[in-house]
Write a protein that binds this ligand. Sequence first.
Ligand code: SF4
Ligand code: SF4
Length: 407
Amino acid sequence: MKKLDISKLDVLAMMQFDACTRCGECTATCPTGGEAQDVELVTPRGKILKLRDFYRRQYGLRAKILGPKEIPEEELKELTSRAYECTICGQCRAVCPAHLDTIPMWENMREFLVANGLAPLPAHESIIKSVENYGNPWMQPRVQRSRWAKRLDKEVKIKDVLKESCEVLYFVGCTAAYDPNIRDMAINTAKVLAKAKVDFGTLGNEEACCGSTLLRTGLVEEARKTANKNIAMFEEAAPSLIVTSCAGCYKTLKQDYPKIGKVDARIAHITEYVLELIDSGRLKLDGRVDGRVTFHDPCHLGRHNKLYDQPRRILESIPGLELVEMERNREDARCCGAGGGVKTAFPDLAQKISSMRVEDAERTGAAILTTSCPFCYQSLKATIEAKGSKLRMMDIMELVAIAADAA
Ligand code: SF4
Ligand code: SF4
Protein backbone atom coordinates (compact mmCIF):
# COMPACT_ATOMS: atom_id res chain seq x y z
CA MET A 1 0.00 0.00 0.00
CA LYS A 2 1.29 3.43 -0.91
CA LYS A 3 1.61 5.56 2.20
CA LEU A 4 1.49 9.32 1.78
CA ASP A 5 4.81 11.05 2.30
CA ILE A 6 4.13 13.77 4.86
CA SER A 7 7.72 15.00 5.07
CA LYS A 8 6.87 18.07 2.98
CA LEU A 9 3.94 19.06 5.17
CA ASP A 10 4.84 22.02 7.29
CA VAL A 11 4.52 21.20 11.01
CA LEU A 12 3.04 24.60 11.81
CA ALA A 13 0.50 24.17 9.02
CA MET A 14 -0.42 20.77 10.43
CA MET A 15 -0.97 22.29 13.87
CA GLN A 16 -3.15 24.93 12.28
CA PHE A 17 -5.37 22.28 10.74
CA ASP A 18 -6.37 21.35 14.27
CA ALA A 19 -7.23 24.97 15.03
CA CYS A 20 -9.97 25.04 12.38
CA THR A 21 -13.27 25.28 14.26
CA ARG A 22 -15.33 24.39 11.15
CA CYS A 23 -17.23 27.65 11.55
CA GLY A 24 -17.59 28.00 7.76
CA GLU A 25 -16.83 31.74 7.58
CA CYS A 26 -14.34 30.97 4.81
CA THR A 27 -16.78 28.97 2.71
CA ALA A 28 -19.06 31.96 2.36
CA THR A 29 -16.31 34.24 1.10
CA CYS A 30 -14.09 31.91 -0.99
CA PRO A 31 -14.49 32.86 -4.68
CA THR A 32 -14.19 29.23 -5.77
CA GLY A 33 -16.42 28.01 -2.94
CA GLY A 34 -18.99 30.57 -3.99
CA GLU A 35 -18.92 29.09 -7.46
CA ALA A 36 -19.48 25.56 -6.22
CA GLN A 37 -21.50 25.77 -3.02
CA ASP A 38 -22.49 22.14 -3.37
CA VAL A 39 -18.91 20.89 -3.30
CA GLU A 40 -17.62 21.17 0.23
CA LEU A 41 -14.14 20.01 -0.73
CA VAL A 42 -13.48 23.10 -2.81
CA THR A 43 -13.88 25.31 0.24
CA PRO A 44 -11.06 26.05 2.68
CA ARG A 45 -12.80 24.18 5.46
CA GLY A 46 -13.35 21.16 3.21
CA LYS A 47 -9.72 20.95 2.15
CA ILE A 48 -8.46 21.28 5.70
CA LEU A 49 -10.77 18.59 7.00
CA LYS A 50 -9.95 16.23 4.14
CA LEU A 51 -6.21 16.54 4.56
CA ARG A 52 -6.58 16.13 8.31
CA ASP A 53 -8.65 13.00 7.68
CA PHE A 54 -5.98 11.57 5.33
CA TYR A 55 -3.33 12.23 7.93
CA ARG A 56 -5.31 10.50 10.68
CA ARG A 57 -6.12 7.50 8.50
CA GLN A 58 -2.44 6.90 7.88
CA TYR A 59 -0.64 8.35 10.88
CA GLY A 60 -3.23 8.72 13.68
CA LEU A 61 -3.44 6.65 16.86
CA ARG A 62 -5.84 4.14 15.31
CA ALA A 63 -3.49 3.74 12.34
CA LYS A 64 -0.60 3.12 14.72
CA ILE A 65 -2.50 0.31 16.48
CA LEU A 66 -4.41 -1.27 13.59
CA GLY A 67 -2.22 -0.20 10.70
CA PRO A 68 -2.68 2.62 8.17
CA LYS A 69 -5.81 2.71 6.02
CA GLU A 70 -5.42 2.97 2.29
CA ILE A 71 -6.71 6.15 0.69
CA PRO A 72 -8.56 5.43 -2.54
CA GLU A 73 -7.03 6.95 -5.67
CA GLU A 74 -10.24 8.88 -6.49
CA GLU A 75 -10.16 10.67 -3.14
CA LEU A 76 -6.54 11.71 -3.69
CA LYS A 77 -7.30 12.90 -7.18
CA GLU A 78 -10.26 14.89 -6.01
CA LEU A 79 -8.33 16.65 -3.26
CA THR A 80 -5.61 17.48 -5.80
CA SER A 81 -8.04 18.95 -8.26
CA ARG A 82 -9.81 20.98 -5.56
CA ALA A 83 -6.51 22.19 -4.10
CA TYR A 84 -5.63 23.65 -7.50
CA GLU A 85 -8.99 25.35 -7.95
CA CYS A 86 -7.88 27.78 -5.24
CA THR A 87 -6.58 31.12 -6.52
CA ILE A 88 -4.58 31.60 -3.28
CA CYS A 89 -6.36 34.92 -2.98
CA GLY A 90 -6.10 34.96 0.82
CA GLN A 91 -9.73 35.89 1.40
CA CYS A 92 -10.12 32.92 3.75
CA ARG A 93 -7.22 34.18 5.87
CA ALA A 94 -8.81 37.61 6.08
CA VAL A 95 -12.07 36.28 7.51
CA CYS A 96 -10.94 33.29 9.58
CA PRO A 97 -11.84 33.93 13.24
CA ALA A 98 -9.27 31.31 14.31
CA HIS A 99 -6.57 33.36 12.52
CA LEU A 100 -5.39 30.46 10.36
CA ASP A 101 -2.58 31.61 8.10
CA THR A 102 -4.14 29.90 5.10
CA ILE A 103 -1.93 31.31 2.31
CA PRO A 104 1.19 29.31 3.27
CA MET A 105 -1.11 26.37 4.08
CA TRP A 106 -2.43 26.20 0.51
CA GLU A 107 1.03 26.60 -0.96
CA ASN A 108 2.33 23.90 1.35
CA MET A 109 -0.58 21.62 0.46
CA ARG A 110 0.47 21.85 -3.18
CA GLU A 111 4.10 21.16 -2.31
CA PHE A 112 2.87 18.06 -0.48
CA LEU A 113 0.81 16.95 -3.51
CA VAL A 114 3.83 17.42 -5.80
CA ALA A 115 6.03 15.41 -3.39
CA ASN A 116 3.51 12.56 -3.56
CA GLY A 117 3.42 12.53 -7.34
CA LEU A 118 -0.19 13.78 -7.41
CA ALA A 119 0.72 17.14 -8.93
CA PRO A 120 1.51 19.31 -10.86
CA LEU A 121 -1.61 19.16 -12.98
CA PRO A 122 -1.03 18.35 -16.67
CA ALA A 123 -2.08 21.91 -17.54
CA HIS A 124 0.82 23.28 -15.49
CA GLU A 125 3.49 21.01 -17.03
CA SER A 126 4.10 23.32 -19.98
CA ILE A 127 4.74 26.26 -17.63
CA ILE A 128 7.40 24.30 -15.78
CA LYS A 129 9.12 23.26 -19.00
CA SER A 130 8.91 26.79 -20.37
CA VAL A 131 10.51 28.35 -17.29
CA GLU A 132 13.24 25.71 -17.41
CA ASN A 133 13.93 26.08 -21.16
CA TYR A 134 13.14 29.74 -21.85
CA GLY A 135 13.29 31.48 -18.46
CA ASN A 136 9.64 32.54 -18.75
CA PRO A 137 6.28 30.75 -18.53
CA TRP A 138 5.11 31.94 -21.96
CA MET A 139 7.36 29.82 -24.24
CA GLN A 140 9.01 32.95 -25.55
CA PRO A 141 12.66 33.17 -26.61
CA ARG A 142 15.04 34.66 -24.05
CA VAL A 143 16.54 37.00 -26.66
CA GLN A 144 13.22 38.80 -26.98
CA ARG A 145 12.78 39.59 -23.31
CA SER A 146 13.89 43.20 -23.64
CA ARG A 147 12.22 43.77 -27.02
CA TRP A 148 9.50 45.89 -25.37
CA ALA A 149 12.07 48.65 -24.80
CA LYS A 150 12.52 49.15 -28.56
CA ARG A 151 9.25 51.10 -28.58
CA LEU A 152 10.71 53.77 -26.30
CA ASP A 153 12.02 57.10 -27.51
CA LYS A 154 15.79 57.50 -27.53
CA GLU A 155 15.53 60.02 -24.66
CA VAL A 156 14.45 57.24 -22.31
CA LYS A 157 17.74 55.74 -21.25
CA ILE A 158 17.61 52.27 -19.72
CA LYS A 159 20.91 51.07 -18.35
CA ASP A 160 22.12 47.49 -18.38
CA VAL A 161 22.55 46.99 -14.64
CA LEU A 162 25.07 44.20 -15.20
CA LYS A 163 27.36 46.66 -17.04
CA GLU A 164 26.68 50.03 -15.40
CA SER A 165 25.80 50.79 -11.81
CA CYS A 166 22.50 52.56 -11.15
CA GLU A 167 20.18 53.55 -8.34
CA VAL A 168 17.15 51.45 -9.28
CA LEU A 169 16.80 48.04 -10.89
CA TYR A 170 13.47 47.75 -12.67
CA PHE A 171 12.47 44.05 -12.56
CA VAL A 172 10.12 43.90 -15.54
CA GLY A 173 8.66 40.41 -15.07
CA CYS A 174 7.68 37.89 -17.76
CA THR A 175 4.16 39.11 -18.51
CA ALA A 176 4.97 42.80 -18.98
CA ALA A 177 8.06 41.86 -20.99
CA TYR A 178 6.43 39.41 -23.40
CA ASP A 179 2.66 39.82 -23.63
CA PRO A 180 2.01 42.22 -26.53
CA ASN A 181 -1.13 43.49 -24.77
CA ILE A 182 0.72 44.17 -21.52
CA ARG A 183 4.01 45.59 -22.82
CA ASP A 184 2.65 49.12 -22.38
CA MET A 185 2.90 48.51 -18.64
CA ALA A 186 6.69 48.24 -18.95
CA ILE A 187 6.87 51.05 -21.51
CA ASN A 188 4.86 53.45 -19.32
CA THR A 189 6.87 52.48 -16.26
CA ALA A 190 10.13 53.28 -18.06
CA LYS A 191 8.71 56.58 -19.32
CA VAL A 192 7.57 57.60 -15.84
CA LEU A 193 10.92 56.68 -14.25
CA ALA A 194 12.72 58.65 -16.97
CA LYS A 195 10.39 61.64 -16.46
CA ALA A 196 11.28 61.66 -12.75
CA LYS A 197 14.97 61.50 -13.76
CA VAL A 198 15.49 58.20 -11.95
CA ASP A 199 18.82 56.53 -12.67
CA PHE A 200 17.49 53.08 -13.56
CA GLY A 201 18.24 49.95 -15.52
CA THR A 202 17.10 46.39 -16.12
CA LEU A 203 18.66 42.95 -16.40
CA GLY A 204 17.68 42.97 -20.10
CA ASN A 205 17.54 39.52 -21.66
CA GLU A 206 19.30 38.05 -18.63
CA GLU A 207 16.31 38.59 -16.33
CA ALA A 208 14.81 35.21 -15.40
CA CYS A 209 11.26 34.36 -14.35
CA CYS A 210 10.85 35.31 -10.69
CA GLY A 211 9.47 31.85 -9.95
CA SER A 212 6.09 32.95 -8.65
CA THR A 213 4.10 30.62 -10.91
CA LEU A 214 6.23 27.68 -9.82
CA LEU A 215 6.01 28.51 -6.13
CA ARG A 216 2.23 28.95 -6.24
CA THR A 217 1.81 25.59 -7.94
CA GLY A 218 3.96 23.74 -5.37
CA LEU A 219 7.13 23.39 -7.45
CA VAL A 220 9.47 24.73 -4.83
CA GLU A 221 12.72 23.19 -6.07
CA GLU A 222 12.14 24.41 -9.64
CA ALA A 223 11.31 27.87 -8.28
CA ARG A 224 14.54 27.95 -6.29
CA LYS A 225 16.57 27.36 -9.44
CA THR A 226 15.14 30.36 -11.31
CA ALA A 227 15.16 32.53 -8.17
CA ASN A 228 18.83 31.80 -7.57
CA LYS A 229 19.70 33.05 -11.08
CA ASN A 230 18.08 36.41 -10.30
CA ILE A 231 19.53 36.58 -6.80
CA ALA A 232 23.06 36.11 -8.20
CA MET A 233 22.48 38.96 -10.67
CA PHE A 234 21.01 41.20 -7.95
CA GLU A 235 24.20 40.65 -5.99
CA GLU A 236 26.36 41.48 -9.00
CA ALA A 237 24.41 44.62 -9.92
CA ALA A 238 24.03 45.71 -6.28
CA PRO A 239 21.23 48.29 -6.72
CA SER A 240 19.86 49.96 -3.61
CA LEU A 241 16.29 49.45 -4.80
CA ILE A 242 14.48 46.89 -6.96
CA VAL A 243 11.04 47.86 -8.28
CA THR A 244 8.55 45.48 -9.86
CA SER A 245 5.53 46.05 -12.11
CA CYS A 246 3.93 42.76 -11.22
CA ALA A 247 2.25 42.11 -7.88
CA GLY A 248 3.28 38.44 -8.14
CA CYS A 249 6.96 39.31 -8.72
CA TYR A 250 6.71 41.75 -5.81
CA LYS A 251 5.43 39.11 -3.40
CA THR A 252 8.03 36.61 -4.61
CA LEU A 253 11.00 38.96 -4.37
CA LYS A 254 9.89 40.44 -1.06
CA GLN A 255 8.57 37.40 0.81
CA ASP A 256 10.06 34.32 -0.85
CA TYR A 257 13.54 35.36 -2.02
CA PRO A 258 14.81 36.05 1.52
CA LYS A 259 14.06 32.37 2.30
CA ILE A 260 16.07 31.29 -0.77
CA GLY A 261 19.08 33.63 -0.76
CA LYS A 262 20.40 37.00 0.31
CA VAL A 263 18.97 40.13 -1.31
CA ASP A 264 20.42 43.36 0.05
CA ALA A 265 18.32 45.78 -1.99
CA ARG A 266 15.00 47.17 -0.80
CA ILE A 267 12.10 45.71 -2.77
CA ALA A 268 9.24 48.00 -3.76
CA HIS A 269 6.22 47.67 -5.97
CA ILE A 270 6.06 50.37 -8.63
CA THR A 271 3.06 51.98 -6.90
CA GLU A 272 5.07 52.38 -3.68
CA TYR A 273 7.98 53.93 -5.52
CA VAL A 274 5.92 56.22 -7.74
CA LEU A 275 4.13 57.57 -4.68
CA GLU A 276 7.52 58.30 -3.11
CA LEU A 277 8.52 60.15 -6.29
CA ILE A 278 5.31 62.19 -6.15
CA ASP A 279 5.66 62.95 -2.43
CA SER A 280 9.29 64.03 -2.82
CA GLY A 281 8.41 66.33 -5.72
CA ARG A 282 10.50 64.37 -8.25
CA LEU A 283 7.40 63.44 -10.25
CA LYS A 284 4.77 66.06 -11.04
CA LEU A 285 1.29 64.99 -12.07
CA ASP A 286 -0.08 68.13 -13.68
CA GLY A 287 -1.91 66.63 -16.65
CA ARG A 288 -5.66 66.08 -16.33
CA VAL A 289 -7.33 62.72 -16.79
CA ASP A 290 -11.04 63.46 -16.51
CA GLY A 291 -13.28 60.62 -15.43
CA ARG A 292 -14.37 58.25 -12.70
CA VAL A 293 -12.01 55.41 -11.91
CA THR A 294 -12.27 52.37 -9.69
CA PHE A 295 -9.28 50.41 -8.43
CA HIS A 296 -9.02 46.61 -8.24
CA ASP A 297 -6.70 45.45 -5.43
CA PRO A 298 -4.46 42.63 -6.70
CA CYS A 299 -4.43 39.86 -4.04
CA HIS A 300 -0.62 39.70 -4.02
CA LEU A 301 -0.40 43.40 -3.32
CA GLY A 302 -3.38 43.80 -0.99
CA ARG A 303 -4.15 40.87 1.25
CA HIS A 304 -0.69 39.31 0.80
CA ASN A 305 1.27 42.52 1.44
CA LYS A 306 -1.19 45.04 2.93
CA LEU A 307 -0.39 47.56 0.21
CA TYR A 308 -3.70 49.38 -0.16
CA ASP A 309 -3.08 53.12 0.22
CA GLN A 310 -0.29 53.72 -2.30
CA PRO A 311 -2.24 53.09 -5.53
CA ARG A 312 -5.21 55.04 -4.18
CA ARG A 313 -3.07 58.01 -3.21
CA ILE A 314 -1.52 58.00 -6.69
CA LEU A 315 -4.97 58.02 -8.32
CA GLU A 316 -6.13 60.80 -5.99
CA SER A 317 -3.07 62.86 -7.05
CA ILE A 318 -4.14 62.89 -10.70
CA PRO A 319 -6.08 66.07 -11.55
CA GLY A 320 -9.57 65.42 -12.89
CA LEU A 321 -9.70 61.79 -11.80
CA GLU A 322 -12.41 60.80 -9.30
CA LEU A 323 -11.74 57.57 -7.40
CA VAL A 324 -14.81 55.54 -6.50
CA GLU A 325 -14.58 52.33 -4.52
CA MET A 326 -16.15 49.00 -5.32
CA GLU A 327 -18.28 47.65 -2.52
CA ARG A 328 -15.68 44.96 -1.95
CA ASN A 329 -12.35 46.71 -1.67
CA ARG A 330 -9.02 46.52 0.16
CA GLU A 331 -8.93 43.44 2.43
CA ASP A 332 -12.40 42.42 1.25
CA ALA A 333 -11.64 42.84 -2.47
CA ARG A 334 -12.82 40.01 -4.67
CA CYS A 335 -10.08 38.12 -6.54
CA CYS A 336 -9.76 38.55 -10.35
CA GLY A 337 -9.75 34.76 -10.73
CA ALA A 338 -6.37 34.40 -12.42
CA GLY A 339 -4.07 33.56 -9.51
CA GLY A 340 -2.63 30.30 -8.22
CA GLY A 341 -2.49 28.75 -11.68
CA VAL A 342 -6.31 28.68 -11.89
CA LYS A 343 -6.47 30.52 -15.18
CA THR A 344 -4.22 27.93 -16.81
CA ALA A 345 -5.85 24.82 -15.37
CA PHE A 346 -9.47 25.97 -14.94
CA PRO A 347 -10.09 28.82 -17.42
CA ASP A 348 -13.89 28.67 -17.08
CA LEU A 349 -13.71 29.04 -13.33
CA ALA A 350 -11.24 31.94 -13.69
CA GLN A 351 -13.61 33.61 -16.15
CA LYS A 352 -16.60 33.27 -13.80
CA ILE A 353 -14.71 34.84 -10.91
CA SER A 354 -13.38 37.59 -13.14
CA SER A 355 -16.90 38.27 -14.37
CA MET A 356 -18.09 38.89 -10.82
CA ARG A 357 -15.24 41.36 -10.32
CA VAL A 358 -16.07 43.24 -13.51
CA GLU A 359 -19.69 43.45 -12.35
CA ASP A 360 -18.45 44.86 -9.01
CA ALA A 361 -16.65 47.56 -11.00
CA GLU A 362 -19.64 48.26 -13.24
CA ARG A 363 -21.86 48.89 -10.21
CA THR A 364 -19.66 51.84 -9.17
CA GLY A 365 -20.58 53.77 -12.31
CA ALA A 366 -16.88 54.29 -13.08
CA ALA A 367 -15.76 54.61 -16.68
CA ILE A 368 -12.27 53.24 -16.00
CA LEU A 369 -11.20 50.09 -14.18
CA THR A 370 -7.57 50.19 -13.16
CA THR A 371 -5.17 47.90 -11.33
CA SER A 372 -1.47 47.42 -10.70
CA CYS A 373 -0.76 43.83 -11.73
CA PRO A 374 -0.36 42.38 -15.25
CA PHE A 375 -2.25 39.19 -14.35
CA CYS A 376 -5.26 41.06 -12.98
CA TYR A 377 -5.12 43.45 -15.95
CA GLN A 378 -5.03 40.57 -18.43
CA SER A 379 -7.87 38.70 -16.75
CA LEU A 380 -10.18 41.69 -16.22
CA LYS A 381 -9.55 43.13 -19.68
CA ALA A 382 -10.42 39.82 -21.35
CA THR A 383 -13.65 39.65 -19.34
CA ILE A 384 -14.59 43.26 -20.15
CA GLU A 385 -14.19 42.44 -23.83
CA ALA A 386 -16.04 39.12 -23.60
CA LYS A 387 -18.96 40.76 -21.79
CA GLY A 388 -19.04 43.80 -24.02
CA SER A 389 -18.78 45.97 -20.90
CA LYS A 390 -18.50 49.74 -21.28
CA LEU A 391 -15.64 49.82 -18.77
CA ARG A 392 -12.22 50.84 -20.06
CA MET A 393 -9.37 48.80 -18.59
CA MET A 394 -6.28 50.89 -17.89
CA ASP A 395 -3.08 50.04 -16.07
CA ILE A 396 -2.32 52.50 -13.26
CA MET A 397 1.03 53.39 -14.90
CA GLU A 398 -0.78 54.41 -18.07
CA LEU A 399 -2.78 56.92 -16.03
CA VAL A 400 0.39 58.14 -14.30
CA ALA A 401 2.23 58.48 -17.61
CA ILE A 402 -0.60 60.60 -19.06
CA ALA A 403 -0.76 62.80 -15.95
CA ALA A 404 3.03 63.19 -15.90
CA ASP A 405 3.02 64.14 -19.59
CA ALA A 406 5.29 61.16 -20.27
CA ALA A 407 2.95 59.00 -22.35
S1 SF4 B 1 -7.18 31.44 -0.83
FE1 SF4 B 1 -9.06 32.28 -1.81
S2 SF4 B 1 -9.63 30.75 -3.36
FE2 SF4 B 1 -8.18 29.75 -1.95
S3 SF4 B 1 -9.46 28.76 -0.40
FE3 SF4 B 1 -8.93 30.79 0.41
S4 SF4 B 1 -10.63 32.12 -0.21
FE4 SF4 B 1 -10.76 30.24 -1.47
S1 SF4 C 1 -12.93 30.37 8.78
FE1 SF4 C 1 -11.08 29.42 9.66
S2 SF4 C 1 -11.85 28.26 11.44
FE2 SF4 C 1 -13.66 28.77 10.19
S3 SF4 C 1 -13.92 26.91 8.87
FE3 SF4 C 1 -12.66 28.39 7.72
S4 SF4 C 1 -10.52 27.83 8.16
FE4 SF4 C 1 -11.83 26.81 9.71
